[in-house]
Every structure is written in C-alpha cells, then in structure tokens.
Ligand binder design. Structure first.
Ligand code: SF4
Length: 329
C-alpha cells in the first residue's frame, strides 16, 4: 500500500499486562496518531529480554495479551501496521551492524542505564544486551525511517542517540537514514491503588484484562485522603487518588459534586469509590467484549500478526538493501 502520510513508529516492551496508565498514556495517543499518520506499532519482545533474559517463561503470553489489549483499546490493524519485533529479523541484523560503529562511551553515558541498574537490584543487568538496549532501539526506529517517534520528555536522550547513530552511519558510508523527530507526548500521571504512580512493578495497577469483580475490588482497597479516618471527618480530595480517578473517568458535574461533598463529609469514601468504579467499568466493558471475542477466535489475532509481519518486512527489507549497498556487504 503506498501512502503519502508521514510515518510514525512506536513500540511497547512485552514485560507484563497493560494497565490503565498504559492505556491513558500511550494507547489513547496511538489511537489518535493512527488517524493522521502511517503508523507502525510493534511489540518489543526482544527488548523485554534485556532485563528479563533469565525468565522467558511468560513472554509469549505477554506478547499475545499485549496485542489483544491494543486491539481492544482501538488500535486498528487496517490503519496501522501492528507487528512483533522478533518476527522481523532485520531488527537483529541492523542492531548488529550498528553495534560495530557505536562507541561504548555513548552507551555508558545514557542516563537510564545506571538508573535502571540501581533500581533493579535483584537481577544481574551487567550484560552486553542491557548496555546495548539503545542500539536495538535505534535499529527498531531507523529500519522504518519514520518522520516522528512519540516520546515523553524523559525519553528525548534516547531519541537523540538514535539520531547520532543515523548521522554516524550516514557520515561513514552514505546517507541512508533520515533523522526522526520527536512527537512530544504528554503522558498523564495515573496513580495506582496505593497512591504511587501506577506501575506493574509496584503491584498497584488495574489491568485492562482484569475482570469486573477484580477492578471493583482493587478500587475498593484504593487509599484515600489519609487524614480522613472516620466517616464524619471532612476530607481533602486534592490529596486523594480516588478523586484523581474521578477527574479522569467521571463527568464534570460529578467531579464538582464530589469535591464539595468530600470537604463537608457529605459523602463517604465507600460510596465515592463505588461511583468511580461504575465509571471505570463502563469504560472498560467494551474492551472486555472485544478481548473475549479475540480470545475465542485465535485465528483472527494470528492473521493480524501475519499481515503486520508482512507489511513491516516489506519496509525493513528495503531499508536493509540500502544499508548493505552503502556498506558494500
Ligand atoms: S470521599 Fe472520595 S475524594 Fe473524598 S477522601 Fe473519600 S474517596 Fe477521596
């Protein structure tokens, strides 16, 4: 399919189930992007190995679950090319070629390299693959010569490294890679049930694949204003994660009502949580229906993945032909 639309590329690491934070942050943005751009969205299963190489027992399940979540959340494989990184071997080949030319010092100065090693103490991350993570990321991006890559501000250094690598390649051989620009994305901070940022590693997430009783139970146990101990204590919604959920999921009149009622103890936290749970369930229910239909027809998902692999490979093999020609290999 030829297209004159500008191209966007983005991926997600397959290292667990997707939660509300992933949906409201990344997937809602992808939904909007696919209407304007020629989008390539990939499940980054090789990236998951960079920090989870020792336990790969659930990776296939995560990949499949992630694809189902994407489609359930509205990613349309007719509009966007949806594929799995490990099914397009050109990612590995370009990663290898880039690894020959990237100075190690560029990787060692990557701020997230040391940060992550500090953060994830229980796994040995002193590996070549973990250090070289940004090289694989550069290969993922440059293979498709995208115009834009959606990133948050904190990921800008990674994209700059990709551009530096493109410049280095173009300077050493001949210009093959355009320098992709950032499509700056504001990721809303969605709080988890314990009031910290929602994250699968904190165990505080509401997953898109959770069932209705699980969602309701998780919201029931969500922390509230810690100073509101008894039912008749006035609360402060500004410090309450449940109120943050209302701000995302409830209509404005309800948000304003809760704000007033909480401050004069006219509503209890149990009722307030039930109200928000109803809204969350309402938003997730259509996704659960799509998820159920896809789970019952595994052939549909296989067809999407195969079509995505074919479309991605058409582009990646063209780029690799140019790379081989430029490098004379
Ligand atoms: S009433 Fe609602 S907003 Fe107020 S503290 Fe309780 S849960 Fe939070």
């Amino acid at each position: 399919m030829t297209t004159t639309r500008k191209r966007v590329l983005s991926g997600m690491q397959a290292s667990g189930r997707l939660h509300l934070g992933n949906w409201l942050g990344a997937l809602e943005n992808w939904n909007a992007l696919q209407t304007q751009y020629d989008c390539f969205f990939f499940v980054a299963d090789w990236h998951a190995l960079s920090s989870n190489y020792a336990d790969t027992s659930r990776i296939r399940e995560y990949v499949r679950d992630m694809l189902i979540d994407w489609l359930a959340a509205g990613i349309d494989p007719e509009r966007a090319t949806v594929f799995i990184q490990s099914q397009v071997s050109d990612h590995a080949v370009l990663h290898l070629l880039f690894s020959m030319m990237i100075p190690v010092s560029w990787l060692e100065r990557n701020p997230t390299y040391k940060e992550k090693q500090e953060e994830i103490k229980e796994r040995d991350l002193s590996t070549y693959g973990f250090l070289g993570y940004p090289v694989l990321q550069a290969a993922d991006i440059l293979l498709y010569k995208p115009d834009f890559v959606p990133v948050g501000k904190d990921q800008l250094p990674h994209l700059e490294l990709t551009r530096e690598l493109a410049r280095r390649f173009n300077g050493l051989y001949r210009p093959v890679f355009p320098e992709p620009q950032e499509h700056l994305t504001k990721f809303p901070k969605v709080l988890g049930t314990d009031g910290r940022k929602m994250s699968k590693s904190y165990g505080n997430a509401i997953n898109l694949s959770d069932t209705e009783p699980v969602v309701r139970q998780k919201l029931k146990t969500m922390i509230t204003d810690p100073a509101r101990v008894r039912r008749h204590d006035p609360g402060n919604p500004d410090v309450c994660p449940v109120y943050d959920f209302h701000k995302i999921f409830s209509p404005l009149p309800v948000i304003e009502q809760i704000n007033r009622d909480c401050r004069k103890a006219a509503i209890g936290c149990i009722d307030c949580k039930k109200l928000v749970a109803d809204r969350v369930v309402e938003r997730l229910a259509p996704m659960w229906d799509i998820r159920a239909a896809l789970t019952q027809q595994p052939g549909r998902l296989d067809a999407v993945v195969e079509d995505g692999r074919r479309r991605a490979t058409t582009v990646s093999s063209q780029t690799m032909a140019e790379v081989r020609d430029a490098m004379k290999i």
